[in-house]
Design a protein around this ligand. Structure first.
Ligand SMILES: Cc1cc2nc3c(=O)[nH]c(=O)nc-3n(C[C@H](O)[C@H](O)[C@H](O)COP(=O)(O)O)c2cc1C
Length: 306
């Protein structure tokens, strides 16, 4: 029997038909997946991190495998904000549900100009990446201090009324303080976690496997770290939280929501199975049926700590 269930969730005032979002940098702008399934099966897409000007990214090798995960040092390769707006956004909007632009920058002025340009478009939400570990300037350096996080949030808040999601780095001592700094300057929600800084070495050549020496660690191995951080942040802020980091199954998604997430993003698991987000959506629907839920929001933040 095919029971209809409403899987929708609302994050920062934006309704997602289901809580599963493709994570930035792992799904392009959606265009490479349209042959596999309609993009509107997903709750939303967070598009590849985009900077004011086009970027080539870092030299190869920029991917390394790890047990239950991967390292990447792609370094924000992207076509720039103008190409995003003119070429990629219209397709994503036509074919997908909620479309989230993901913006990165080296300077406050970069962030400001990129967000200003997006403000005039029909993008549904802007995710501001203050957490990329793979760029020499900017990126994570904004997200590793409260002052930096506050400065970026304040700058972009001043130039847009679009819902703003600030994406946090786990490479900090106290992620709660950073989340609060973003909230205080007008973030509508936060997303976490970006990748953990990691390194692998080829023992034959004694060289790091990545040409960038270090890179961002993601995939199932980071899941417990992500759950812990989402739980800590969700308990400390009054804005919505979007959780990610190693989500592979619908049980993982439920766990992340119990920790405090209203919606989830999936990245690395899409590389091993591009259909994994659809399987998670199906699993969430079954979970609602089995647990007689009317809304998935009923499980957000319901973990009962000892
Ligand atoms: C190859 C690759 C590229 C990424 N590029 C971006 C990016 O451009 N912007 C961003 O905010 N996060 C980027 N991320 C981080 C992911 O969006 C996500 O935060 C992280 O990988 C943890 O989730 P996961 O374990 O499900 O992949 C990238 C991750 C990977 C693996």
């Amino acid at each position: 029997m095919n029971i209809e269930k409403d899987l929708s969730v609302t994050v920062a005032g934006v309704r997602f038909p289901n809580p599963v979002i493709a994570a930035s940098g792992t799904y392009g702008f959606g265009q490479d997946y349209t042959d596999l399934y309609p993009l509107n099966k997903l709750g939303g897409i967070s598009c590849k991190g985009t900077t004011l000007l086009p970027k080539d990214g870092n030299p190869a090798p920029r991917i390394a495998e790890t047990p239950a995960g991967m390292l990447n040092s792609v370094g924000l390769q992207n076509p720039g904000i103008d190409a995003f707006i003119s070429k990629y956004l219209p397709i994503a909007k036509k074919e997908g549900n909620v479309v989230i632009a993901n913006v990165a920058g080296a300077t406050l002025e970069d962030y400001k100009q990129a967000v200003q340009r997006l403000d005039g478009t029909d993008v549904d939400m802007i995710e501001v990446n203050i957490s990329c570990p793979n760029v020499k300037q900017g990126g994570a350096s904004w997200g590793i201090s409260c002052d930096g996080a506050a400065a970026v949030t304040k700058t972009v808040r001043a130039v847009t009324k679009k819902p703003l999601m600030i994406k946090l780095t786990p490479n900090v001592t106290n992620i709660v303080d950073i989340a609060k700094a973003a909230e205080a300057e007008g973030a509508d929600c936060v997303s976490l976690i970006n990748t953990l800084l990691g390194m692998r070495i080829d023992i034959k050549t004694r060289r790091p496997i990545l040409k960038n020496n270090v890179g961002g660690f993601s995939g199932p191995a980071v899941f417990p770290v992500a759950v812990r951080m989402v739980w800590q942040v969700a308990n400390a802020v009054n804005i919505d939280v979007v959780g990610m980091g190693g989500i592979t199954t619908s049980d993982d998604a439920v766990e992340m929501m119990m920790a405090g997430a209203k919606a989830v993003q999936m990245g690395t698991s899409i590389f091993t199975d591009p259909y994994s987000p659809l399987k998670v959506i199906e699993g969430l629907k079954q979970y609602m049926i089995d647990n007689k839920l009317n809304s998935l929001e009923e499980i957000t933040g319901t973990v009962q700590p000892w």
